[in-house]
Design a protein around this ligand. Structure first.
Ligand code: COA
Ligand code: NAP
Length: 271
């Protein structure tokens, strides 16, 4: 079944690789005009070209989500070209596995600044450009938002904050007809995030084995949930945090975290 996003403007921040690029491609295939943003000009150009090959009108801009002025400038350009935003996906994030004692305060801060403050920057900057009523915002969260994971103190803190931004802004912006939800991907195959969290064959095997459905997710699995959330079929869904993870967050993510913890404790030194 294909949902129809023709004549819709979809903006995907952090949409130039991995899961978020997969989301942008799903919207492109469903007929949307798609804009992407991230730090690397090469990645933006490559993604815009790929979206055009899929038949979408596509554009992009470079910005670091830690720089709200750059995000504001980029958003103004998108509205000028494509009109108000129907859908905003905010997914820029950084991650590396590090035990708290193996991480500087600046390492912790870099992830909080990208994931949490960056989400605030993106949503606040987007507000004036959102279709009211009707816009759908999707924050890309992670199981770390509600499950403690060893070597992930920075990500756990940041993504928990992202989900609370989802809930708070669903309340503040609901009266304007804007829906805000979080999507929580499980372990997604072939992504930078999984490469960082499961750098060894043993950890990769453990990641798959701990998913009740016994497979890693695909970017389309996440993209399909985003299509649903952005569609009229989800017009009464707001303020929710929805996993798309094959059941991983029930127990498997915690088992994986224990193995990751053992791996990190063998290799890491205190700062
Ligand atoms: N272990 C411990 N600390 C680390 C680390 C690691 N593996 N990688 C980076 N850091 C620390 C750095 O040492 C630095 O701290 P310091 O100044 O005290 O030395 C701090 O984190 C910032 O690193 P820097 O490289 O200057 O940050 P950046 O802003 O250029 O990049 C990151 C941000 C570190 C999150 C980078 O990995 C990134 O850009 N990631 C984006 C892609 C990604 O992570 N994808 C996965 C899915 S979310
Ligand atoms: P990825 O390929 O590294 O994607 C991250 C994207 O964000 C890239 O487009 C990157 O492009 C951009 N980005 C990073 N830092 C940025 C910054 N400071 N400003 C602007 N853009 C920035 O990672 P991924 O693994 O697919 O993860 C995507 C999202 O899914 C993240 O929110 C992550 O937390 C979440 N997630 C992933 C998994 C997984 O299995 N991979 C599981 C759960 C949740 P540039 O480098 O050009 O900036």
């Amino acid at each position: 079944m294909q949902l129809d996003f023709r004549d819709c403007t979809v903006v995907v921040v952090g949409g130039t690789s991995g899961i978020n690029r997969g989301i942008a491609e799903c919207f492109a295939k469903a007929g949307a005009r798609v804009a992407v943003a991230s730090r690397s000009e090469d990645k933006v150009e490559d993604t815009v070209a790929a979206l055009a090959v899929l038949g979408a009108e596509a554009m992009g801009f470079t910005a670091d989500v830690r720089d709200q002025e750059a995000v504001k400038t980029g958003f103004a350009g998108i509205e000028k070209a494509y009109g108000k935003f129907d859908v905003l996906v905010s997914g820029a994030a950084g991650n590396f596995p590090a035990l708290a004692n193996g991480m500087s305060a600046n390492g912790f801060k870099s992830v909080v600044d990208i994931d949490l403050l960056g989400t605030f920057h993106v949503l606040q900057a987007a507000y004036r450009h959102l279709k009211k009523p009707g816009a759908s915002i999707i924050n890309i969260s992670a199981p770390q938002a509600f499950l403690p994971m060893v070597a992930q103190a920075h990500v756990c803190a940041a993504k928990a904050g992202v989900d609370m931004i989802t809930r708070t802004l669903a309340m503040e912006w609901g009266p304007k007809g804007i829906r805000v939800n979080s999507v929580v991907p499980g372990p997604i195959e072939g992504t930078e995030g999984m490469q960082r969290l499961a750098p060894t064959p043993e950890l990769q095997k453990q990641a798959t084995h701990t998913v009740p459905l016994r497979r890693l997710g695909q970017t389309d699995d996440v993209g399909n949930l985003c299509l649903f959330l952005a569609s009229a079929m989800a017009s009464y869904v707001s303020g929710t945090v929805i996993p798309v993870d094959g059941g991983w967050s029930l127990a498997g993510a915690s088992a994986f975290s224990a193995t990751l913890g053992d791996f990190m404790m063998q290799t890491e030194k205190d700062v």
